[in-house]
Design a protein around this ligand. Structure first.
Ligand SMILES: [Zn+2]
Length: 429
């Protein structure tokens, strides 16, 4: 509590462009709301990444910080972080601005949000009289906001805030015209969803040979909404492909996280544990409480490090789509792959990407050569696995699918399948 009080006070005076009496009132207000136990819900330090708070972010901000952001920008085409900070007046001179950006980027290595800011994202800045950025907040989408707060040690600490919102179910149906891929895209499935459906059903159905014109595909999708707006987070929960002969090829998501046919046979493919063919020494573990090896500051390690010599081929652990290839001051050259609505993987410190953005890739395909780019203590691969936007331990995640559902799961699964198929009106049974 002491630390928080001091921190609040310090921030308060740095941010104050107003008269002394106002300062005193604000000070008392601040002490009361930040530090009294009755107002715990308003304290930003108590917000964890798991917490689902229902107040709109703007309202929450005003309660947590009596001073609203000194600068706000909705990201437009051509914007970069440095352009935004410069325009907002951060930094006494060019060099000071550069130092502050580097401090931000150092905290961003766990998020990778600031090197590729996207149109429509909202950036809020809190800048003090000395032109020092005290806080940056970026709303990546309605479900996720990341804060970078300047700490006492003059570095930034980040806070990753997720909101749960509500999930709605959407049924999509279409007919195959030219190809399944083109028709599914026309039905508003994303490229990674189409690829995922193809990889789910490819043991039953060959999408280049076995599909014919006017056959019907039906897809059921969960979509996340916050304050009535879609967040872009979604997950496929049911797929039925019906051929002219009446045969159905099916995939349904069970509560265990795997996909099964309507008859309960597993469709989830084994996801490779690590993205290399050969085995390498694990040089750093997944550790949310780690201290950084160079700076000794608390820096979560959201992935695992493999001691790969530079130039080691890195392979995709599962089918997917290349979402992003970028360069970050500290993460170096990195790649993000989306595997389906729920999973994505990241590969940092690469020397050379061997794929392009938007490219479809299959499990085992070489995607890059490892390297030593960004800030490292030597050549290695930093590998991350994310589920629904959160890093999970790739060495502990369930990657081996079971072969089929046990009898005692089959009853509830059949009920679920019947419920899901009721969303598809013109499906013959
Ligand atoms: Zn690492």
């Amino acid at each position: 509590m002491n630390w928080m009080t001091q921190n609040c006070i310090t921030q308060h005076f740095r941010n104050t462009p107003i008269k002394l009496d106002t300062v005193l009132y604000a000070f008392l207000f601040l002490i009361f709301f930040s530090c009294s136990s009755s107002a715990k819900n308003f304290n930003p330090h108590l917000i964890t990444s798991h917490l689902d708070y229902s107040a709109p972010i703007a309202q929450y901000q005003e309660q947590a910080h009596p001073f609203i952001a000194t600068y706000k920008r909705t990201v437009r085409k051509g914007d970069t972080l440095s352009k935004i900070l410069k325009r907002a007046g951060v930094g006494r001179d060019k060099n000071d601005l550069k130092i502050q950006i580097e401090q931000l980027m150092e905290a961003d290595i766990n998020i990778l949000a600031l090197d590729v800011i996207e149109t429509g994202q909202v950036v809020r800045l809190w800048i003090d009289k000395q032109k020092q950025l005290q806080k940056l907040e970026i709303t990546l989408n309605p479900a996720r906001t990341v804060e970078y707060n300047r700490s006492k040690s003059n570095q930034f600490e980040y806070k990753d805030i997720h909101r749960q919102g509500i999930w709605r179910t959407k049924a999509i149906q279409g007919k195959v015209k030219k190809s399944f891929y083109v028709s599914a895209r026309k039905a508003r499935l994303t490229p990674s969803e189409v690829v995922f459906i193809q990889s789910l059903l490819d043991t039953q159905l060959n999408f280049t040979k076995d599909v014919s014109r006017n056959e019907v595909f039906s897809v059921l999708r969960k979509e996340q909404y916050i304050d009535g707006k879609p967040t872009g987070n979604r997950q496929l929960i049911g797929v039925v492909y019906q051929s002219h002969s009446g045969k159905q090829y099916t995939a349904f998501l069970h509560e265990d996280g795997d996909y099964y046919t309507a008859q309960g046979r597993s469709l989830s493919k084994t996801f490779l544990r690590l993205p290399t063919d050969a085995k390498f020494r694990l040089s750093s573990r997944f550790n949310p409480y780690r201290k950084h090896p160079i700076t000794r500051r608390s820096r979560p390690h959201n992935g695992v490090d493999l001691a790969t010599p530079a130039g080691t081929p890195i392979i995709a652990p599962g089918d997917g789509i290349v979402k992003l290839i970028s360069t970050h001051k500290y993460a170096g050259v990195y790649i993000v792959i989306e595997h389906n609505g729920a999973y994505s993987t990241r590969y940092l410190h690469l020397s050379k990407p061997l794929v392009t953005e938007g490219q479809r890739i299959i499990r085992g395909e070489t995607i890059a050569l490892s390297g030593n780019t960004g800030r490292t203590t030597g050549p290695h691969l930093h590998y991350e696995l994310h589920k629904n936007g959160r890093a999970i331990n790739p060495l502990k995640a369930k990657v081996n699918a079971s072969t089929s559902l046990s009898e005692n799961h089959m009853d509830s699964f059949t009920d679920l399948v019947n419920y899901y198929t009721s969303f598809f009106p013109y499906l013959k049974s």
